[in-house]
Design a protein around this ligand. Structure first.
Ligand code: MRU
Length: 359
């Protein structure tokens, strides 16, 4: 296994806290304008951050979690001020702000996980000191996420090294995390070790995270990336161009059922039909062992306009009904293995998951 430090070119800083706890703010790489522009947006209030997450300026389960943890520093400052002005209890106001942040995108469990962790960090702390405590915790969540990505990469690299072609969906890359990504982590590690391979990036309708983001970050790093429209995946498999599929995850239930970007379920079925291993890569923070199976995972619905006007012009009749789930659930039985920072879970069963992730 490689122990060389992996650097990604350019090392885009997806999320960061700028300044101190009392006067700082959250800075986000604005993913809505990639790949044609590299720009940043500054969020100075809980509402601004909520809006940035909703608009997918920051997206990807782990990156949303890190951003929300920093967002809780803003919330703590606001809650201290509001409590003083209204006479309400600081903790009560902070809890309301935490719920508000969590409501933003319901599927990725990392969001609620990080917000709750940040809230716990301020437990028993005076209102004036809460922001500082939460900032320390958010920095720790940020650091841990980068380390988890690297560990996933070490476990996944051996799988990548056996392949000349890999297929991925959406963006579970550096842009979706605080590190080298989850689905892409093994690609970066194998590439750094000198292995040559090609990554087929599903375009990922409707918001094009695959073509706008994954293809961009992989090609910036010198990895051979090919964009395909989502409906080409079966053909690519039939032609023998890929020997492996790796995707990310937004939430994994106790039995291994996995929510990820809409279209992942279909890919898993295609992979099974063609006898191609289908792996999910995710850190422990993406598991939700409180859910027995995938039927309990809340699925975010997106606005119709993202489908009907997503490409900069109207592509469907005015007033047409649209069904726009942002995620689907792939049953555990279709998943060959789950690559976590603690190793690979294979076969994907409740017992194996509890062994690796459970207490
Ligand atoms: O809607 P998005 O862009 O936030 O969806 C992202 C995904 O589905 C990713 O695969 C998942 O969050 C894992 S990111 C490491």
């Amino acid at each position: 296994m490689s122990t060389k430090p992996i650097t990604i070119t350019p090392p885009a800083t997806v999320v960061e806290w700028v300044g101190g706890a009392a006067d700082g703010h959250v800075r986000l790489l604005d993913q809505t304008v990639l790949p044609t522009q590299v720009g940043y947006i500054d969020c100075r209030s809980t509402e601004e951050l909520w809006d940035a997450i909703k608009r997918l300026a920051v997206r990807g389960a782990p990156a949303i979690g890190v951003a929300a943890a920093y967002g809780m520093v803003l919330s703590a400052r606001e809650a201290a001020h509001e409590a003083k002005m209204s006479g309400r209890a600081f903790r009560e106001v902070l809890a309301e702000k935490a719920e508000y942040l969590k409501s933003c995108r319901p599927t990725a469990v990392n969001l609620a996980w990080a917000v709750e962790r940040a809230r716990r960090a301020a437990k028993g702390v005076a209102a004036e000191r809460a922001a500082e405590k939460i900032l320390t915790e958010a920095r720790e969540i940020h650091r841990e996420d980068a380390a988890m990505c690297r560990a996933i990469g070490e476990h996944a690299a051996a799988l990548i090294r056996r392949c000349s072609g890999v297929l991925t969906h959406c963006n579970a890359g550096a842009l979706a995390t605080a590190g080298i990504g989850t689905a892409t982590a093994g690609m970066y590690v194998a590439h750094a070790a000198g292995h040559a391979f090609c990554v087929y990036c599903d375009e990922t309708r409707p918001l094009l995270q695959g073509s706008r983001l994954t293809a961009w970050e992989l090609s910036q790093a010198g990895i051979n990336a090919v964009v395909i429209t989502d409906n080409v995946a079966g053909q690519v498999m039939r032609e023998g161009r890929v020997q492996l599929v790796i995707t990310g995850a937004d939430r994994i239930a106790a039995n291994g059922d996995t929510a990820n970007k809409i279209g992942t379920y279909g890919l898993a079925i295609l992979a099974r039909h063609h006898g191609i291993p289908f792996y999910v890569a995710a850190p422990v923070s993406t598991f939700d062992l409180s859910l027995e199976d995938g039927s309990g995972i809340p699925i975010e619905q997106r606005d119709a306009e993202e489908i009907t006007e997503g490409l900069g012009r109207r592509t469907a009749p005015d007033g047409i009904a649209v069904y726009a789930p942002a995620f689907d659930v792939t049953p555990a039985g279709l998943i060959t293995g789950i690559i976590t920072d603690r190793g690979i879970i294979q076969p994907v069963t409740g017992d194996k998951i509890r062994e690796k992730i459970g207490l």
